[in-house]
Write a protein that binds this ligand. Structure first.
Ligand code: FAQ
Length: 329
């Protein structure tokens, strides 16, 4: 996977007085908090940025089913299996709302799939790590869905109407997902010492990748300035990462767990935690396609696409026949 080379002039956000009248009017609408709807005029960079972000987000939801899907057959009770199945189905639904939102910008779903399968489109780095134990399923709900909520609640106020509206339901469902993860871990930390150790091990492995979900640090984030000016993003990557750490530390304490960061400490003056720097070399390596599970995830998606060919062919044949019948009538 490589950068999609979306040219948005992101390196420098142009002030209103440097814009052509149509673009200035657009920016003034954004500044006034108005929503932009599909058929309205928009700068090409705005459209491309949204296609990039929404399609990456949709792919993340779809690929994100794989690590958890791995545990559906091995969930410890029938109830846990039913809950996990429902959660994984929700993720599929999120992917579908998001593909629909991206389609309103003039890209087809087939094109988005092609970009994913060709390794041209990104999906979240987090889904390139393996789920080794049942505690990982708890950790994903708690940390990964927790980070997703932190990032996605502000997206409900995104300037692009279809994306903002899709996020409303997604956020409600993510909250259930986060609680189900925390509930798994609460049960396990009250279990045997081996179960508690399994939870600590899961936290050790998922903590840093979860912090990386928010994207590179602000000084390395190429799209943030322009995306924030367009109110696609409301907060910078570092702001959201900070909020996530501040929210999660007390939850870890409640579970009796230790966050694997020797630099983590409360900073009274700033009213938040200081914490260590994620391993950015690892992050860039994962998003370049070289994480522990990148190849496996892409292969699974490509196989699902190829296995579904007979069904797509059947639907097309049926649609053609129906159209032929209608024409004959
Ligand atoms: N992974 O300039 P920025 C979920 C890329 S959904 C991979 O800071 P931006 C639910 C970025 O695309 C999780 N790539 O970019 C769930 C860009 O590359 P490009 C997904 C990343 O867009 C739970 C380059 O780095 N959520 O978890 C990542 O302003 C459980 C430079 O970065 C969303 O997609 C990353 N972590 O900010 C499902 C939310 N971070 O495109 C199943 C919507 C950065 O130039 C189970 N997206 N990159 O080739 C966003 O909020 C933003 O796109 C960010 C990145 C914050 C992810």
């Amino acid at each position: 996977m490589y950068a999609q080379m979306v040219k948005t002039d992101a390196a420098r956000v142009r002030p209103l007085d440097e814009m052509e009248p149509q673009e200035r009017a657009f920016q003034e609408r954004i500044d006034a908090g108005q929503k932009i709807e599909p058929k309205e005029w928009m700068p090409e960079g705005y459209r491309k940025t949204l296609v990039r972000q929404i399609s990456q987000h949709a792919h993340s939801e779809i690929v994100g089913q794989l690590p958890e899907g791995n545990w559906i057959t091995r969930a410890p009770t029938l109830e846990r299996k039913a809950i996990l199945l429902a959660k994984v189905q929700d993720e599929a639904g999120h992917g579908l709302y998001l593909y629909c939102a991206a389609e309103t910008l003039g890209i087809s779903r087939d094109e988005m799939y092609e970009q994913l399968h060709a390794g041209k489109a990104k999906y979240s780095s987090i889904f390139n790590y393996p789920t080794l134990t049942w505690a990982d399923i708890g950790a994903i709900g708690w940390l990964v869905d927790g980070a997703a909520i932190m990032n996605q609640v502000p997206l409900q106020r995104c300037s692009y109407g279809p994306y903002a509206r899709a996020m409303v339901r997604i956020c409600k469902e993510e909250s259930f997902h986060q609680r189900q993860g925390f509930d798994i871990l609460m049960k396990m930390v009250k279990g045997t010492p081996a179960q508690k150790a399994m939870v600590q091990d899961a936290l050790n492995r998922w903590w840093w990748p979860s912090l990386m979900m928010f994207g590179p640090s602000d000084d390395a984030s190429v799209h943030s300035a322009q995306s924030m000016a367009w109110k696609i993003k409301q907060n910078s990557n570092d702001e959201l990462r900070q909020k996530f750490v501040d929210q999660t530390v007390p939850q870890a304490k409640y579970l009796g767990l230790t966050i694997p960061d020797p630099d983590l400490k409360w900073n009274k003056e700033k009213g938040g935690h200081d914490f260590g720097e994620p391993d950015w070399a690892e992050f860039f390596n994962v998003i370049a396609g070289n994480g522990p599970c990148n190849a496996e995830r892409l292969d699974a998606r490509k196989q699902a696409w190829n296995d579904g060919a007979w069904f797509r062919d059947g639907l097309s044949a049926h649609a053609e026949k129906a159209a032929g019948r209608r024409a004959a009538e």
